[in-house]
Ligand binder design. Structure first.
Ligand SMILES: [Zn+2]
Ligand SMILES: [Zn+2]
Length: 820
């Protein structure tokens, strides 16, 4: 009797041993090719759920595979530890955010260890600790010194419930707060921004990196580059010093179709231009629009409404007087905050003009247009009409001609705008890295000297949300002296957006304990860029976008020597349960800890990879994981129960045939598993390992191969299984008499000649007469055999003008086509 497979016992044993031996700790080693495998570090929410495991396990399997292939594999782990949830949870539970966060980290670290991954824990980073955020602050100073950080007043998304400013990305559908679901409003505040727009063009390019197409498209749309023209309209209004209003348009060819002008309600000219009789209506409208979020204002479902200001501009191309309106579908922050209304050729303007009975003038002729009124806007390019001196040019030529004309006359000209806005990083909350700036009454904004970093987050803050930073009321924190003139001054009290912390953590892993540099250049040069970055697609226009900006900014400062942080990106899918997304309210959340203690981490690992293609995810179900657990038990028994060759008399032929077949299946499995791992196709890899297991069970029963041939294949199975079920493989490796550790072994190689399918000769007949013989793989199916027979050149001449009425197939022998 062999001992039973006890996952609990062996998993604990090996995790302890690996940690003790520092098996997975890495050093920079120039003799080996490096491989930086990174998975997005978790937020310190408290519990590692199955979604985390789904992100982490396949990433670890892939990293282990690269390691066995001879790479120096770096697979670090850490914690994204600052941010609102910690603060909110702490407030609701009356615990300090630091305590709450560090307790969560302890628990999550324990859970992460239970995965049995190759994380190099000696390189852990925790973003809320001073030895990390000191350098987050240092990077702020670097950005500031390089003109990439600036302070400005700006309207911001404000969550009245969380009492905080939200980034555009944190405002979700219906203009609601991502965290609490409250309706978001607008507010003006003095804020810190990073000049991400400086890199707009470069961020649209993804040269030399292997990223999913949809992420690249989302990033390009996020930048939202538009090429067009800025056009000046004459403003002649008593008492207003401005003499023009400039408008951006991508369609200067429609300039003769302008019948109204629309300003954003918050445009500074609105107050000056509003005529006394329109004042009440205009002011009412402004108040209403301030209660809406940007997303609501831009929503296609929203009614396009507005009010007339009483003022006009002159279209310089045709000298026409054009009324000025305000409407909240125009945003101050996009373009110039003014839009020219061309209702015949823009859907939104068309709806607006219909609603307020404004003229709709066709200046681009739709196909077959006879001068009739339009039923809807015609937005395609076409031939210009009703366009004065420009006659009947095609749109593209018209755009060029009108831009030439504008530039010649000084009325404007070609320009490009972007949807992308600068990155607002100020947060009026406690649990973040303090922004290292000091305000002096004489010197203005003065950066904290580098030697004074970190600016420590005080422990004794009253962090309940008030709408202002809790640090503002902490006298000891606020009051300081000016680094320039030593007079009393005040500290900046806002903290940084946590996306700032995660924009550089992958650099810090290279040398997390260095207290003289944020990033150690030699180590960063060795490890970076990341070779494979895995994580959720929901980070497309946030973390993944900010990290690219950060890298490019550091490159321009000479701090790193590469353009892109993540050479390859892979997004995993989502694990659902009971056909739905897991959520506490539905009560369908799968807790990995329970399964780990019942069936073992190796079973959870293998099951997660078997559940479906990694990029698609799949549905968790208990019978599925039971099946996987049974398979691992079978492997255990198969390997440990002694093999006995059963052929007593030497049957050389049968012996040899069984031996060749075993070799072929083994080499085919090595090839399949290697290729699948290379391509991150984990589910089909597991299927191949199961097939090999089944084959071995059969071979054991027949007992036709030699003991050494049997042992060779068992060894191969264990090596191929090692990345997936690292504990089980290690235990069986030891019990079959090998040296520790299986994880330091080389990945098995296949021999193409041995992996080649067995071949047979198939006879092809037409009406029972031999017409050809062909060599085909032994595994050929009937359908494949038929097709090969019909497509055979020699056979074809006998089929000409005839009809195949029947096909007779004798497996491994012949195909007979019966024709008439
Ligand atoms: Zn909120
Ligand atoms: Zn000063």
């Amino acid at each position: 009797m062999i001992t039973r497979y006890n996952s609990q016992e062996i998993e604990k044993k090996w995790q302890h041993k690996w940690a003790e031996d520092r098996l997975y700790e890495v050093t920079e080693d120039d003799s080996k090719p490096k491989w930086y495998a990174l998975t997005m570090f978790p937020y310190t929410s408290g519990d590692l759920h199955i979604g985390h495991w789904y992100a982490e396990v396949p990433a670890d399997v892939r990293a282990r595979f690269k390691r066995m292939q001879g790479y120096n594999v770096f697979h670090p782990m850490g914690f994204d530890a600052f941010g609102l949830p910690a603060e909110n949870a702490a407030i609701s539970r009356g615990i300090h955010p630091f305590t709450w966060t560090m307790q969560n980290i302890d628990n999550m670290r324990r859970q992460l260890r239970s995965i049995g991954a190759i994380y190099d824990w000696s390189r852990e980073v925790i973003t809320c600790l001073p030895d990390y955020y000191k350098w987050t602050q240092w990077f702020f100073l670097k950005l500031y010194q390089n003109g990439l950080a600036y302070r400005g007043k700006a309207p911001v998304n404000w969550c009245p419930s969380c009492q905080t400013v939200l980034a555009n990305e944190q405002v979700v559908e219906g203009g609601r707060c991502e965290r609490c679901g409250a309706a978001v409003t607008r507010r003006d505040l003095e804020q810190w921004f990073f000049r991400i727009t400086k890199y707009a063009d470069e961020l649209m390019q993804h040269n030399g990196i292997d990223w999913p197409e949809r992420i690249k498209i989302m990033q390009r749309n996020w930048v939202g580059k538009s090429v067009g023209a800025e056009i000046s309209f004459t403003l002649d209004y008593p008492g207003v010093e401005e003499k023009e209003i400039r408008v951006f348009t991508t369609r200067p060819d429609t300039i003769f179709g302008v019948t109204f002008m629309v300003l954003a309600p918050e445009h500074p000219l609105v107050a000056k231009l509003t005529s006394p009789d329109r004042k009440v209506e205009v002011e009412d409208y402004i108040v209403r629009s301030r209660q809406q979020t940007e997303i609501e204002r831009l929503s296609t479902e929203k009614e396009k409404d507005g009010v007339f200001t009483g003022a006009y501009v002159i279209n310089r191309l045709n000298e026409e007087k054009v009324p000025i309106w305000i409407a909240d579908y125009v945003l101050l922050s996009y373009g110039t905050g003014v839009v020219m209304g061309v209702p015949a050729h823009d859907e939104r303007d068309f709806t607006f003009a219909k609603r307020y009975d404004l003229p709709i003038r066709v200046v681009i002729a739709p196909p077959g247009w006879q001068g009739e009124e339009l039923e809807e806007a015609y937005i395609e390019p076409g031939t210009m009409v009703n366009s004065g001196q420009f006659g009947e040019l095609l749109s593209q030529q018209g755009i060029e001609a009108i831009c030439d004309f504008l530039e010649e006359k000084g009325y404007g000209g070609r320009t490009t705008t972007y949807r992308l806005r600068d990155w607002l990083i100020s947060r009026q909350r406690y649990w973040g890295a303090p922004i290292p700036m000091i305000y002096c009454p004489d010197c203005g904004a003065v950066p904290v000297p580098e030697e004074d970093l970190p600016v420590l987050l005080p422990e004794d803050a009253e962090f309940k949300p008030t709408g202002e930073s809790p640090l503002k009321y902490n006298e000891r924190f606020v009051n300081t002296t000016c680094p320039k003139c030593s007079t009393p001054a005040k500290r900046e009290t806002d903290t940084m957006d946590t996306f700032m912390c995660s924009s550089w953590y992958f650099l810090r892993y290279a040398n997390p304990h260095c207290d003289t540099d944020a990033i150690a250049p030699d180590k960063v040069r060795y490890w970076l860029p990341v070779d494979l970055y895995t994580g959720g697609a929901e980070h497309a226009v946030m973390h993944l976008f900010y990290a690219r900006f950060f890298t490019k900014a550091l490159r321009d400062m000479g701090l790193v020597d590469f353009d892109e942080p993540f050479t390859r990106l892979f997004n995993q899918g989502i694990i659902i349960a009971e056909k739905q997304k897991m959520s506490k309210s539905r009560g369908n959340v799968v807790t990995p800890d329970e399964y780990v203690s019942e069936l073992g981490a190796d079973a959870v690992r293998a099951y997660l990879m078997f559940i479906g293609p990694w990029e698609q995810g799949g549905e968790w179900n208990d019978s599925g994981i039971s099946g996987i657990s049974r398979w691992l038990n079978r492997v255990w028994n198969l390997v440990l129960e002694p093999y006995q060759m059963k052929v007593k008399t030497k049957d050389k032929f049968g012996n040899e045939k069984a031996h060749i077949e075993l070799q072929r299946i083994t080499h085919q499995t090595i090839r399949k598993v290697t290729n699948d791992l290379e391509k991150l196709r984990f589910n089909t890899m597991i299927a191949a390992l199961m097939e090999l297991t089944n084959y071995l069970a059969k071979a054991k029963e027949t007992g036709q191969v030699t003991n050494s041939a049997w042992k060779g294949t068992v060894d191969t199975l264990l090596l191929l299984l090692a990345p997936t079920a690292p504990h089980l493989a290690e235990e069986l490796w030891q019990r079959t008499g090998h040296d520790y550790s299986i994880h330091n072994q080389n990945w098995p190689q296949w021999d193409e000649a041995l992996a080649k399918d067995e071949e047979i000769t198939l006879v092809i007949q037409v009406n029972g007469k031999l017409r050809d013989r062909i060599t085909v793989p032994a595994s050929i199916t009937e359908a494949e055999a038929r097709q090969l027979a019909q497509e055979n050149q020699r056979v074809k001449t006998y089929l000409e003008g005839k009809e195949i009425v029947n096909t007779i197939y004798v497996p491994s022998r012949l195909v007979n086509l019966v024709v008439r």
